[in-house]
Design a protein around this ligand. Structure first.
Ligand SMILES: [Zn+2]
Length: 110
């Protein structure tokens, strides 16, 4: 009777860094860590870069394509944890991307 437990036997689940729910990867948006030199200080700053085609190299984090989950991730420092970096991860570009492509209003694509 131990066949087919989806929780145990699905190796490909990912955790949304916003709401912390697990999903199959095709439901989630992949995000990679970008770095930008900060001219005002000597350190680099980090940026969450949307990777809808899942082609960018590097460590990825996963998130629902919703404004709410991006906001949650920001408040809970989900990207910092997901990418294992110190310091802030800027989500400006990701927020714009999600606002344009969000799943929250279903229906006008495909
Ligand atoms: Zn989520």
């Amino acid at each position: 009777m131990s066949d087919r437990s989806p929780d145990l036997l699905t190796p490909s689940l990912r955790t949304c860094v916003g709401c912390r729910r697990t999903e199959r990867p095709e439901v989630l948006l992949r995000v990679v860590l970008g770095t930008q030199a900060d001219p005002d200080s000597d350190r680099e700053t980090y940026e969450a870069v949307p990777d809808p085609r899942r082609r960018l190299p590097g460590r990825g984090a996963w998130i629902h394509r919703t404004v709410r989950c991006v906001g949650d991730a920001e408040r809970r420092q989900g990207f910092r944890r997901g990418f294992r970096v110190r310091g802030q991860v800027d989500t400006h570009r990701l927020q714009l991307f999600v606002a344009e492509t969000t799943d929250e209003r279903a229906g006008d694509r495909s």
